[in-house]
Design a protein around this ligand. Structure first.
Ligand code: ASP
Length: 473
């Protein structure tokens, strides 16, 4: 679709446009000067095309001069005619390699300084900090622009797939209350309620369960999650999840739905092969006995980047011992224990033997999806919280809203969530999660380009009733 400034996007140009007058806008990808002939590779968001400024043609001298001043990454508008290239000049590496634009007019829209790094390579050779400081330039490189387009295509595919199955997309709040997913919360101080804080969601878990109580039987969203985790090279503090919840389902329903979605994404969007279909399944015990891990890599040939090996892991333990020796939920406390193991909730010494209706999907050793059938019985839910060490009062204070919601006709329900970036990283064969997130947090926990967290105005702190304690260690 043209705009008032350009008649075509470069990706739309083919031999069929031969002889047509076009107006293109974009960036100078490169300039080659052949004495009397200047070749510009012009790039826009859809592709690259060669533009020729020919001194010997009717081209005004002034335009030719202007063309010789062009430098990489300047932004220009070019008017010209589409011509087919002679057979010997066809460039098979370029989608528009059979044509070129014979320039007639040139308009320089903005100039560019020399970039801090080259963008015509894949970028792995540049320091990550520098790439993230200038992320808007880093995203110009072909690989990164492909990665963000694939994100979009995967989201589109998902929306289309789930909408056809009757799911509706519902956004849930970002300013919220803590929901336990095993990490620290990011807190937001309240100006209107001194000494009180919102928590940013670690996942939309409780809201999606409340939506089941609300009578929404099939929910999904791309949930935005925030987890204040310890910093590691492969972690980001903020990420997207496919978030899905359904009522009146059993484990098999969720596994089948997810498997169909994932298969479609891999085969139709990512265009890679799946090693084994239907996805093989292992219980947690089988995985631990055979592979000594609950995210095994089942690839037969680990060198082949075009084959993806999925495996479902099921029957996780409900509880696990945390590093500090206390008991934690292996997934989260909202997961249902196996019906036949529920009686063990009353036997403190047997808690680690309780199995949960929890499942993970593992792709080439990365846990990409995880979910569970939920515990919708408020009495058993309270027992789980107590097993985790919450007092009755704490349970009321932190989860009272969910427990009371469950007193008004709650359907049995279950769901799953998938780490969007982790899935893209594993399926595209990228080594680092930041390669598939447009503006990721850095490995130091700061944001790309804008370098948050940053100091704020003392006036803002005062309004928030906050005093900084500089005596801290
Ligand atoms: N909320 C869970 C998570 O973020 C997923 C789920 O149980 O649906 O891992």
């Amino acid at each position: 679709m043209p705009t008032l400034m350009k008649s075509h996007y470069i990706g739309e140009l083919t031999k069929k446009e031969k002889g047509k007058a076009v107006t293109l806008c974009g960036w100078v990808n490169s300039r080659r000067d052949h004495g009397g002939l200047i070749f510009i590779d012009l790039r826009d968001s859809t592709g690259i095309v060669q533009v020729v400024f020919d001194k010997s043609s009717k081209l005004k001298n002034q335009v030719y001069k202007l063309a010789s001043s062009l430098r990489p990454e300047w932004v220009i508008q070019v008017k010209g005619k589409i011509e087919t290239r002679p057979e010997s000049m066809v460039n098979p590496k370029l989608a528009t390699g059979e044509i070129e634009v014979k320039a007639e007019k040139l308009n320089i829209l903005s100039k560019s300084k020399t970039l801090p790094f080259e963008i015509d390579k894949d970028g792995y050779e540049v320091k990550e900090d520098l790439r993230l400081k200038y992320r808007y330039l880093d995203l110009r490189r072909k690989r990164m622009s492909r990665n963000i387009k694939i994100r979009h295509q995967v989201k589109n595919f998902t929306r289309d797939f789930l909408a056809k199955k009757g799911f509706i997309e519902i956004d849930t709040p970002i300013l919220s209350k803590s929901t336990p997913e095993g990490a620290r919360d990011f807190l937001v101080p309240s100006r209107h309620h001194p000494e009180k804080f919102y928590a940013l969601p670690q996942s939309p878990q409780q809201y999606k369960q409340l939506l089941m109580v609300a009578g929404v039987e099939k929910y999904f969203q791309f949930g935005h999650c925030f987890r204040d985790e310890d910093l590691r090279a492969d972690r980001v503090l903020e990420f997207d999840q496919w978030d899905i919840e359904m009522s009146f389902v059993e484990q098999e329903d969720i596994l089948n739905l997810t498997e169909e979605l994932v298969t479609g994404i891999v085969e139709k969007v990512i265009k890679k092969k799946i090693q084994e279909k239907p996805f093989p399944r292992l219980t947690y015990q089988e995985a631990m006995t055979k592979y000594k891990t609950d995210d095994p890599d089942l690839r037969k040939d680990k060198k082949n980047p075009n084959i993806l090996a999925f495996v479902w892991i099921t029957d996780f333990p409900m509880f696990e011992k945390k590093e500090d020796g206390t008991l934690g939920a292996a997934h989260h406390p909202f997961t249902a224990p196996y019906d036949e193991d529920i009686y063990l909730l009353d036997k403190p010494e047997k808690l680690l033997e309780i199995r949960a209706k929890q499942y993970d999907l593992v792709l080439n050793s990365h846990e990409v999806f995880g979910g569970s059938i939920r515990n919708h019985d408020p009495k058993i839910l309270v027992k789980v919280f107590q097993a985790l060490g919450y007092s009755k009062q704490e349970v009321r204070k932190r989860f009272g809203h969910l427990l009371s919601a469950f007193e008004y006709g709650v359907p049995p329900h279950g769901g799953i969530a998938g780490g969007f970036a982790r899935f893209l990283m594993a399926s595209l064969g990228e080594k680092n999660i930041r390669e598939v997130i447009p503006f990721p947090t850095t490995r130091k926990g700061t944001t790309s380009v804008m370098d948050a967290p940053s100091k704020v105005d003392p006036k803002q702190l005062k309004e928030l009733h906050i005093k900084i304690d500089r005596g801290r260690k």
